[in-house]
Design a protein around this ligand. Structure first.
Ligand code: BF8
Length: 624
């Protein structure tokens, strides 16, 4: 393989060369061998019943419909709707687990967990209409937990955080009839409508897709973010390190990977335990080093400054260093290939969620009652595994970053001397120092040059005075290229640079994990509410993109941004392109409904230019 063609990350190139040499297969190797199905890529492979499966194409003679008569637009809209539902389910089931632990913590039934951010708890309680007077934090947290947990199974009414959106946006949703009633309900209805012989009108299908996406963005994901903040602390700017060089040859290395920060939080605490440190020294290690991968990494980075070993495509490469004594996974974005790769080295792979097991992994199930015990047991086993290392090769890349830009932090940091507010940000957008705000988010995908699209786009955007917000694997990839430190302001255009230098902030702000994309909705809304940049999210010069996406969750996130009025660009390939009609709707017609569209652009420079054009159009419409 040509490592340089596969990624811009030199540490990953080194590990790719190593795995190739050693005959170990990774996602990169498998992607080279496997060509995507051309029908599936465009969204027109239908396998919801067994009169088929049917491959349908607008262009292929005799293949215009499936056996049931379903057209390309119906099939691609159904598939798209199911991707939204799956993404919403993933984020929201994560949120449910957090809510259950939150509730147990409030009741004193979750050893190691406690309510840490009482200020945010009181703010959220007030928002939910919960009387706080005379209640201690645990009593109040119990009521908040119960109220938000009820939103999963709610059948009628509206999700509470929907009311956070600008009034004008809420009117749009009311008019379209897409205000979500209950989180689970919308996901189930999406599955029902897309089963054989139900909803077969693509716009009608997509309206429910929008409702389901809102149940994630302003529902499940937002609940996850808010409860995690209250439980573990709202992030504030914090310095840390990123890339495979954070693994230490002389320490017990444990990688936490997946999405829910529950067990990882306890592992970070347990790794400081004197008895375990002594045991580590007993096997010749100089300490216990916890590092993260994927969104688990982002969660404990944002709140604890725990080092990040890498993003999604580095999970197998990390093991290939031969220095990972244990890898601990829970849910989402965990490759089955890990089981095979771990067997090639000495790494012990632990699955810990009741919802996910992997062949070859040791299953040690975490729940909120036994969390500390599971954390300690895994660390003990990692220590015992340390002497079994064979050849170790750790790349030296270890880059500085600053993370921790919650909405609260942005508010405080950009605020004037006397009060926290978005006023200075709005003023800098109005006066043109900042051209607009772009979110660069989402996964990496071995179908495109890993990390290169994120960083190319971000470099071009900041050079053109666009303030960039990053989350998920995009954030990790940008951090690896040194874009998340205040010194990166040197790469920014003069206006953005001036603002960054005045505040002492990087031009690219790490806002957290993928559920934390909900922070971006809140930040966007704060811009609207501050005034001077229109009355709705669709009027503000903001735009989003996920140039290296691969997950169904990314489609759901993209859709809730579009439904919220923010135009979103995706790279790689787009799962509607097998149907002209459905693509025309997503890339155009949908604007009449929500004031924003999707766009597809696989070339990173063209993507950056398109984002800048969109921001400029918004500025023009606002007369600024
Ligand atoms: O939720 S960015 S590859 S890790 S899906 Fe997965 Fe994509 Fe990474 Fe986090 Ni988000």
């Amino acid at each position: 393989v040509n490592e340089k063609a596969l990624t811009n990350c030199s540490a990953s190139q080194q590990m790719l060369a190593k795995t190739t040499r050693e005959g170990v297969e990774t996602a990169f190797h498998r992607a080279l061998k496997k060509k995507p199905c051309p029908y599936g890529v465009g969204g027109t492979c239908c396998r919801i019943c067994y009169m088929g499966p049917c491959r349908v194409s607008d262009n292929a003679p005799g293949a215009a419909t499936g056996v049931c008569g379903a057209t390309a637009e119906t099939i691609s809209a159904r598939n798209f709707g199911r991707m939204i539902a799956a993404g919403a389910a993933a984020h929201s089931d994560h949120a449910r687990e957090v809510a259950l632990t939150f509730l147990a913590a409030a009741r004193g039934e979750a050893p190691g967990f406690e309510i840490r951010d009482e200020e945010k708890l009181r703010a959220v309680a007030a928002e939910l209409g919960i009387e706080a007077a005379g209640k201690n934090k645990n009593r109040l947290a119990e009521e908040v937990g119960l109220k938000l947990l009820a939103e999963f199974g709610q059948q009628e009414g509206e999700l509470h955080f929907i009311r956070r959106a600008p009034a004008k946006r809420q009117e749009v949703w009311q008019r379209l009839g897409v205000v979500p009633r209950g989180i689970d309900r919308e996901i189930v209805e999406m599955m029902h409508r897309t089963s054989v012989g139900v909803d077969q009108e693509y716009v009608h299908l997509m309206l429910h897709g929008m409702r389901t996406s809102l149940a994630d963005g302003w529902g499940g994901s937002m609940i996850a973010t808010e409860l995690q903040d209250i439980l573990f602390g709202t992030p504030v700017p914090i310095r840390a390190k990123v890339n495979l060089g954070v693994l230490k040859a002389d320490q017990v290395n444990i990688i936490v990977h997946g999405h829910e920060p529950l067990l990882p939080e306890l592992m970070v605490a347990a790794a400081k335990d004197e008895e375990l440190l002594l045991a580590a020294r007993g096997v010749g290690a100089n300490g216990i080093n916890i590092a993260g991968i994927c969104c688990t990494a982002n969660e404990i980075l944002m709140r604890k400054g725990v080092p990040v070993a890498g993003s999604v495509l580095q999970q197998e490469l990390a093991i290939a260093t031969g220095a990972v004594d244990a890898m601990v996974v829970d849910v989402q974005c965990v490759m089955q290939g890990l089981g095979t790769v771990a067997r090639c080295y000495h790494t012990e792979l632990f699955t810990t969620s009741s919802r996910a097991q992997i062949p070859g992994a040791i299953h040690l199930e975490f729940n909120h009652e036994n969390g500390f015990e599971v954390a300690r047991e895994i660390i003990r086993r990692a220590i015992a595994n340390f002497p079994k290392r064979r050849a170790v090769e750790i790349p030296t890349e270890e880059v500085d970053l600053v993370a921790g830009f919650s909405h609260e932090t942005i508010n405080y940091m950009l605020g004037g001397r006397f009060r926290a507010s978005y006023r200075p940000l709005n003023d800098n957008i109005i006066n043109g120092r900042i051209r607009g705000v772009a979110a660069v988010v989402g996964c990496s995908n071995p179908r495109v040059r890993f990390g290169d699209l994120h960083t190319t786009i971000v470099r071009e955007l900041i050079a053109n005075n666009v303030l960039v917000l990053v989350t998920g694997c995009a954030a990790i990839n940008c951090a690896k290229e040194g874009l998340l430190i205040p010194e990166a302001a040197e790469l920014a255009g003069s206006g953005l640079r001036e603002v960054c230098e005045a505040v002492g902030m990087p031009p690219v702000l790490h806002c957290g994990s993928c559920v934390d994309n909900s922070r971006l909705l809140v930040a966007g809304t704060a811009i609207v509410k501050e005034g001077g940049l229109g009355e709705d999210l669709s009027e503000v010069p903001v735009c989003g993109c996920a140039p290296e996406w691969m997950s169904e969750k990314a489609i759901c996130i993209g859709q809730y941004f579009v439904t919220s009025g923010v135009t979103v660009g995706f790279g790689v390939a787009f799962p509607s392109t097998g149907s002209e009609k459905f693509s025309d709707y997503l890339f155009g017609g949908i604007k009449e409904h929500v004031g924003a569209t999707w766009f597809f652009e696989p070339d990173p420079m063209a993507m950056a230019r398109q984002i800048i054009t969109i921001l400029d159009e918004k500025r023009k419409a606002l007369g600024i």
